[in-house]
Design a protein around this ligand. Structure first.
Ligand SMILES: Cc1cc2nc3c(=O)[nH]c(=O)nc-3n(C[C@H](O)[C@H](O)[C@H](O)COP(=O)(O)OP(=O)(O)OC[C@H]3O[C@@H](n4cnc5c(N)ncnc54)[C@H](O)[C@@H]3O)c2cc1C
Length: 377
């Protein structure tokens, strides 16, 4: 096999690219095959913090930085402290993830990792600023939102936020309990909430988050975190770290860009849950399923099917895009009328039809019927 030919090429070595490479390398099926991973960056900074809920110990447990068993929800005068059982909420710092992957993947001779910028991806080859590589199957996690914004069929909201790790003078956080969604911030016609992940009594990651169409000026996110902290007995605080994100929330058919030998993965493949923006645990699960799928030798375009959860998400995003101020009411109804474990199961797409009907009854049915009507006609 020539130096530039690989059985598999993975473009982008972030969460999905690295996890796919990790799973392939750990599967004996790929022992005699060649895998190329192309990433443009050094991946040596803590550029994001991933959180997700999970049942019991997962196979990424060794990287988990912190877990929580309790949570808090607040919307429109409805407050609730709840146990996350049977789930746990977990945090992975991306730098720990990148370092673990760099160390582990270096041991696999079937994997070649290069730091180059991909400039184009074809059916059989990937061209970087340096040269062209030929691949049997190609996976790309390089997210290009151009086609997403060129279409009108599926509204595009963003989960956008600025997060700050804050250290306070006085203890003012409960390190055992997250604030999952605290809508007790001015909504200003949008869906806005504070998300608080306490690390100790004095230290927490606070993310001022919106589910809306347009980004804000950076100052507005930062000022909102400041205003939130002013209500706490911090005794003064300093900002230790900062991160920001804009995650697409849409039912746009990213999968239509796939072909028998090219599959888009991660955010670029539409693996983000449209109604919440959660992606990391889906990447974790889907990369496992993808490795099994590759071994069957079927065309990559057949990987992953739309199901009823895609349809629920579509109606949810339609409703929220039409009236962006509805978010706090929608989540409030969901938490008021259903047990948290059912909600997390539903968001994990593991609920039964009966359970989904129960959740749907929590909402104002007219809003959803109207969204459905528009979709049909
Ligand atoms: C700050 C932040 C916090 C987040 N927190 C959570 C969370 O708590 N929970 C959750 O579920 N989801 C979260 N997400 C969403 C999602 O999980 C992450 O964005 C995740 O990293 C997506 O994985 P990915 O592989 O699709 O993209 P990425 O991890 O972004 O990987 C794509 C890779 O492609 C590389 N790349 C891009 N262009 C090129 C090119 N031309 N050539 C070569 N390489 C290229 C990039 O450098 C990058 O490494 C968060 C996102 C952000 C931005």
């Amino acid at each position: 096999m020539s130096k530039n030919h690989f059985d598999y090429i993975i473009c982008g070595g972030g969460a999905s690219g690295l996890l796919l490479a990790y799973r392939m390398c750990n599967d004996p099926y790929f022992n005699d095959q060649s895998i190329l991973l192309i990433e443009k960056d050094a991946k040596n900074t803590n550029d994001r913090t991933w959180c997700f809920w999970e049942l019991g110990d997962g196979d990424l447990e060794m990287m988990v930085h912190k877990t929580w068993n309790q949570a808090y929800f607040n919307a429109d005068g409805f407050e609730m402290d709840f146990s996350l059982a049977p789930f746990q909420y977990k945090m992975i710092r991306s730098l720990d993830f990148y370092q673990f992957m760099q160390k582990t993947l270096a041991e696999f001779s079937q994997l070649t990792q290069i730091q180059e910028r991909v400039s184009s991806i074809g059916e059989n080859d990937v061209t970087t600023e340096v040269q062209t590589y030929h691949g049997g199957l190609i996976f790309s996690s390089i997210y290009d939102p151009k086609s997403l914004y060129q279409q009108k069929k599926y509204p595009v909201l963003l989960q956008h936020f600025v997060g700050q790790i804050i250290e306070t003078q006085k203890p003012c956080f409960d390190p055992g309990k997250i604030e999952f969604m605290n809508f007790n911030v001015p909504q200003k016609g949008n869906t806005r909430f504070m998300y608080v992940l306490p690390l100790t009594e004095n230290k927490a990651l606070l993310e001022y988050t919106l589910f809306s169409e347009n980004l804000l000026e950076r100052k507005e996110y930062v000022d909102s975190i400041k205003a939130f902290l002013e209500k706490l007995p911090t005794g003064g605080y300093k900002i230790l770290e900062e991160e920001e994100g804009k995650i697409p929330m849409t039912c746009y058919r990213f999968d239509l860009k796939n072909s028998p030998r090219l599959l888009h993965i991660g955010t670029a493949g539409g693996w983000t849950k449209p109604s919440t923006g959660y992606t990391f645990q889906r990447i974790n699960e889907k990369t496992k399923a993808l490795v099994d799928f590759i071994k069957k030798g079927e065309p990559l375009s057949r990987f992953g099917k739309r199901d009823r959860f895609w349809f629920y998400d579509m109606l949810f995003i339609d409703v929220l895009a039409k009236d962006n101020a509805q978010g706090s009411d929608l989540f409030k109804r969901m938490f008021q009328k259903n047990s948290p474990d059912l909600i997390f199961k539903f968001l994990d797409e593991r609920s039964s039809l009966i359970q989904e009907l129960q959740i749907m009854q929590s909402f104002n049915v007219r809003q959803f019927v109207s969204a459905l009507w528009k979709r049909i006609f």
